[in-house]
Design a protein around this ligand. Sequence first.
Ligand code: B4P
Length: 197
Amino acid sequence: QLKTTQHMTNLVLFGPPGAGKGTQANFLKEKYNLVHISTGDVFRYNIKNETALGMLAKSYMDKGQLVPDQVTIDMLNAEVEKNADAKGFIFDGFPRTNAQAKALDVLLNEKDSEINAMIALEVDDEVLVKRLLERGKTSGRPDDADESIIRNRIKEYYNKTAILKDYYSAQNKYYGVDGVGSIDQITERLSAVIDKL
Ligand code: B4P
């Protein structure tokens, strides 16, 4: 059971593409009874259903680029509002830019809440490329199919996303976890951080 002084517990699962955010969020949401929001999954759902949002997102995702901030922020706000009675959220793949981090603070602040921790999965680039190429054999994801697109996603991460470590470190909310090991081992490492919150 999580102990916090707030009525909600909100976690950001952080790390480069292929670090294991989605994989781990699926275990953590059950364990801690949190609502899991993966911006990548929501975009892929919209692509599958050929919505206007999906078509727009696809034009960026297929090149390994980030979807524009305002589009992503509006989508995230809508997902949070759909789960108004949640006791907390795991944000997976959001925020990915400074503007997104600020928008998330505003949104949670309106709910008298905040991000309690950003937990980062640390994995070397070459391991990331290997994992994503492996997933690409079966995922059907265009952004996993080609090594140059995968490397572009990693480049976007270093150019626009990695800086968020500073944003959360300045608030004493940043926790780094070794993301190499078995899936169970990594769930345990993440749980050890969450249990201390
Ligand atoms: P995402 O869907 O977030 O894709 P990802 O970075 O590949 O996810 P993840 O890190 O969760 O990968 P996973 O662990 O599941 O984003 C895709 C695209 O959507 C972005 O490039 C961008 O265009 C767009 N987008 C999403 N959010 C956005 C935002 N906020 N702003 C703008 N654009 C946004 O898995 C990786 C692989 O590793 C899997 O095959 C898994 O099985 C494997 N794996 C996991 N853990 C492992 C372990 N311990 N050992 C070995 N393999 C492991």
